[in-house]
Design a protein around this ligand. Structure first.
Ligand code: ZN
Length: 50
C-alpha cells in the first residue's frame, strides 16, 4: 500500500524522495500521538507497579 507523501518544495508524491529536488518527503498523515506508546505506558505501569 502506497502512502501519499509530500515534498515541502514540490508538493505531493508517492516516493520517499522527491523526484524533482531529491529532498526526503514527509507523510501527509502525521500522527499527533502514537497509540503504541499509549499501550506501552500501560505495560510499564503494570510492570513497575508490582
Ligand atoms: Zn521536491
Amino acid at each position: 500500500m502506497k502512502r501519499l507523501r509530500k515534498c515541502p518544495r514540490d508538493g505531493y508524491t508517492l516516493k520517499e524522495e522527491c523526484a524533482e529536488c531529491g529532498e526526503p518527503t514527509k507523510s501527509v498523515h502525521p500522527a499527533p500521538y502514537s497509540p503504541h506508546d499509549k499501550y506501552a505506558q500501560y505495560r510499564r505501569k503494570e510492570k513497575y507497579g508490582k
